[in-house]
Write a new protein. Structure first.
Length: 326
């Protein structure tokens, strides 16, 4: 089969489309999927650079954390899928290839109103967002949410999910254009952070404090995050693009009785990923089926354009997901 392959860790020029061995035949509850499309994530860039090794049991040199495709073959104990079923899901690596071997419990059926390309934009962003703000953040109707990097794939997913529950949403971005586009998805308050990062003053003036913060940025905003949270607020840490170390006033966390929660999807066990996937199937998939929420696609690249796709993601110009058609 053909796959995106990292020849050497480093720049995008080290990527190539290479012939590699096919996955083994599925056993027990395994499913072999012919991948039709995969989305590009910043984790793929980090893996390409050698900074984010794949977990044990997943290919070191073939990136890809999410996919949409068609079932080719199933193990003898698979109960819910058959050949030719359209499916999508998350994995810890290897999704940017012709075929992927995965576990039945990590798969979901693609709604009829979504194409393979559209479906590929969904799993990583929407499972991560739903798990972060609702499962970890316990965000409730009537509460408020602040999303950093709201124009990113996970940020837009969280925005749509929150607005589906009529939650007031603040969003930050370094790009005014992205904030304007987010208004189309229901963003209530847009905060530009290209020069100043004192968003806590804006939030204090508007509502006093937010109940949940989804931080896809990292250390740069940590102190302002604590100032922005309301009593018993929850800070959910997902991204580290703006640093991994921060100093903060413990007194703020104590006096407000705050919860600071770190979360990552890729490094979880199969059982933990399955739990998040099943909750996504139950609570989020019906919103796609009804059209209440939609996939967020910025650009689509061909398999052979993988270098250009990586360079585009690194330019920070994208609004939503970048898709690789395989």
């Amino acid at each position: 089969m053909k796959a995106v392959y990292i020849k050497e860790f480093g720049g995008a020029e080290n990527l190539e489309i290479r012939e590699v061995e096919n996955p083994p035949k599925p056993k027990e509850k395994q499913v072999l999927v012919r991948v039709k499309a995969s989305a590009l994530n910043r984790a793929d860039i980090l893996q390409r650079k050698g900074f984010y090794p794949a977990p044990l049991g997943f290919p070191e040199r073939i990136p890809g954390l999410e996919f949409a495709g068609e079932v080719v073959e199933i193990g003898e104990n698979v109960a819910n899928f058959n050949p030719n079923n359209r499916v999508f899901g998350v994995t810890a690596g290897g999704a940017q290839a012709d075929f992927l071997l995965t576990e039945e419990i990590l798969l979901a059926k693609i709604p009829e109103n979504l194409s393979f390309t559209q479906a590929a934009a969904v799993p990583e962003a929407f499972i991560t967002a739903s798990d972060a703000i609702f499962t970890n953040g316990n965000l409730q109707t009537g509460e408020s949410l602040l999303i950093h990097a709201v124009g990113s794939g996970v940020g837009l997913a969280a925005l749509q999910l929150a607005k589906a529950k009529n939650i007031k949403v603040f969003g930050t971005s370094r790009t005014a254009d992205k904030l304007e586009k987010c208004a189309e998805f229901g963003l209530d308050e847009a905060i530009l952070t290209d020069v100043k990062s004192n968003f806590s003053e804006i939030i204090k003036d508007k509502i006093g404090g937010v109940d949940v913060i989804l931080d896809l940025v990292g250390a740069r905003f940590f102190d302002e995050n604590l100032k922005s949270l309301a009593l018993k607020g929850r800070l959910i840490l997902v991204g580290l693009v703006a640093g991994r170390k921060a100093e903060f006033d413990l007194g703020i966390a104590l006096s407000k009785r705050l919860k600071i929660i770190g979360t990552a999807l890729r490094s979880r066990s199969t059982a933990e990923k399955a739990e998040a996937t099943q909750k996504f199937i139950k609570e989020v998939l019906p919103l796609f089926e009804s059209g209440k929420i939609v996939p967020n696609i910025d650009r689509v690249f061909k398999f052979e354009e993988i270098h250009t796709a990586h360079e585009y993601l690194e330019s920070n110009k994208s609004f939503g997901k970048i898709i690789i058609e395989i």
